[in-house]
Ligand binder design. Structure first.
Ligand code: NAP
Length: 498
């Protein structure tokens, strides 16, 4: 490997490490590579030593009490020594697998650690902390060593069993490029994908990375949850509470399944509309301002960045709606209703209850619903990074925008067929409350009409010009009257998918 020759710090312990992710399953080669030391004999140290050993490195673990650890916790090839002996034995790289609050206990090893690469694997104790990171504190404590932050995003478990897709990336940073290059190379050899995040100032973010809970999902989840609450509350009020108070009808048994199933499609449809609404608003804003070189308001920017999450949540609600609908006939209540209906029909002497119009209605709304769900599934699949990365820009835009609007149109059609002509019956407005399908159609129809208007040639031509850098005269005059730097627009702010 060419990179091996460039960096003699880690001469290849075996000739080929390209498939080292399998290393944990292969029998360990006899270690003959450089010595890497690990201070600390806990979970992380044990997993790292197993992985290093199986990749052909010689490993020395430094413990405060090596005698206590020597009870079969570590595999045979690992040497257990005192912390000082371990640091001295290291060719150059020393991992500090101890909690940061114990770093000060290592100060006595300053001289032995001088000139060595100190890899800090610690995580932050909380998110959003201020002050220096653990790695920066370590660098201050050991000024003669070069500190590299890395491997903390990998769990002891994935170190031991081998890197799989989800846990492949290792974020690394350091102020010393040579030391960082060695650690990047080591990560690659252990079967991980190293990501160079620059200088040690990035270490706080790296330390906090394992603690962050689903970043960028907060607002979309909250929006979907609030929509669910609204529609569920509306259905409860209209179908259950008011009939109970008014006529004493007991429909409370519908709460766990029927009401949920009436709520889910509305949430799915409105959430899908919310995915495409900011694109329409952004296009309108560009048409009004006559330029693309003007930042969108923060709220619109945030909204645009949440479209993927909102789309996936809409897909989730649609899938749940499909499953709930399939289970409707399995309910005991459905069986009773069917039998009671049949009995009433027999009693009334009705031989054939076939209503052609209703047959068409149900087949049409089921078919458009299935098609809409299928297209949504396609969108969800292409939002996976591994699939999305395989598409070029044109293909991605076609899927996310073209098929996205197709999914929205099919979902609206599904709802319209479901609603049929009931919206025109006065009996559909008990207590002056409109049916829920009507409410859920307002936003999607607005988005579709907005998109159709944007497709008018006069608007499309102007929008295309603006997106290719053209600015309206009015905007140019305004700019010359108010001199100042023109803000650069991030590529993510310029969409072709509106
Ligand atoms: P652990 O199981 O508690 O091990 C910590 C080790 O530190 C102890 O076994 C001890 O080994 C050593 N140590 C040295 N000085 C110490 C002192 N004064 N007091 C107590 N212990 C001392 O912890 P761990 O899970 O291996 O985590 C170690 C570091 O790795 C942490 O900074 C953690 O954030 C990081 N990390 C862990 C994981 C994971 O999955 N476990 C993942 C990413 C990052 P001796 O008794 O032999 O000296």
């Amino acid at each position: 490997m060419q990179s091996d020759m460039k960096t003699p710090l880690l001469p290849g312990p075996s000739s080929d490490f390209s498939d080292s992710s399998e290393a944990s399953e292969a029998p360990p080669p006899s270690p003959s590579g450089p010595v890497i030391s690990i201070i600390g004999s806990g979970d992380f140290s044990r997993s790292l030593s197993i992985r290093l050993l199986s990749c052909g490195f010689r490993v020395v673990v430094g413990s405060r009490d090596p005698g206590r650890v020597a009870g079969g916790l570590f595999p045979d090839g690992v040497e257990l020594k005192s912390q000082r002996e371990a640091v001295v034995a290291a060719d150059r790289m020393v991992f500090t697998a101890v909690f940061p609050e114990h770093y000060h206990t290592l100060l006595g090893l300053r001289e032995e650690l001088a000139g060595k690469v100190l890899v800090d694997v610690s995580n932050a104790s909380s998110v959003g902390g201020r002050g220096r990171s653990n790695a920066e504190r370590l660098a201050e404590m050991f000024p003669k060593s070069s500190v590299v932050k890395g491997f903390n995003v990998v769990s002891a478990w994935s170190l031991q069993v081998g890197a799989h897709d989800g846990s492949r990336q290792v974020l690394i940073c350091s102020d010393c490029s040579a030391s960082k290059a060695s650690v990047l190379q080591l990560a690659r050899r252990l079967g991980f994908t190293p990501v160079d995040l620059g200088g040690l100032c990035a270490s706080r973010n790296i330390e906090e990375a394992p603690l962050i809970l689903f970043p960028s999902w907060g607002r979309p989840v909250l929006t979907t949850f609030l929509l669910f609450l609204f529609f569920y509350g509306y259905n409860f009020f209209r179908h259950i509470l008011l009939p109970y108070l008014d006529k004493g009808e007991n429909n409370f048994y519908q709460l766990p399944l029927v009401t949920v199933n009436e709520t889910l499609p509305s949430v799915a449809l409105v959430t899908l509309a919310i995915v495409y609404l900011p694109g329409v608003l952004a296009a309108l804003l560009q048409l009004v301002t006559g330029t693309k070189y003007q930042r969108f308001p923060v709220w619109l920017d945030r909204w645009l960045c949440s479209r993927k999450q909102l789309g996936l949540l809409s897909f989730l609600c649609a899938v749940l709606h499909a499953i709930y609908s399939m289970c409707l006939t399995l309910r005991r209540a459905a069986g009773y209703t069917l039998m009671n209906g049949a009995y009433r029909q027999v009693k009334a002497g009705v031989e054939n209850s076939w209503v052609e119009q209703q047959v068409w209605r149900s087949d049409l709304y089921l078919s458009s619903g299935i098609l809409g769900l299928g297209v949504l599934a396609l969108l969800a699949i292409t939002s996976l990074p591994s699939v999305g990365n395989a598409l070029n820009w044109r293909e991605f835009t076609f899927v996310q925008s073209g098929l996205g609007y197709a999914a929205l149109t099919l979902s609206v059609t599904h709802t319209l067929f479901f609603g049929w002509n009931f919206a025109f019956y006065p009996s559909s407005y008990p207590y002056f409350l409109p049916p829920v399908f009507l409410l859920s159609l307002i936003l999607p129809c607005t988005v579709l009409v907005g998109r159709l208007l944007l497709a008018l040639p006069c608007l499309t031509i102007r929008l295309t010009k603006i997106r290719r850098g053209w600015e309206s005269r009015q905007h140019r005059v305004k700019q010359s009257l108010e001199p100042g730097p023109v803000e650069e627009v991030e590529p993510s702010e310029i969409f072709g998918d509106v």
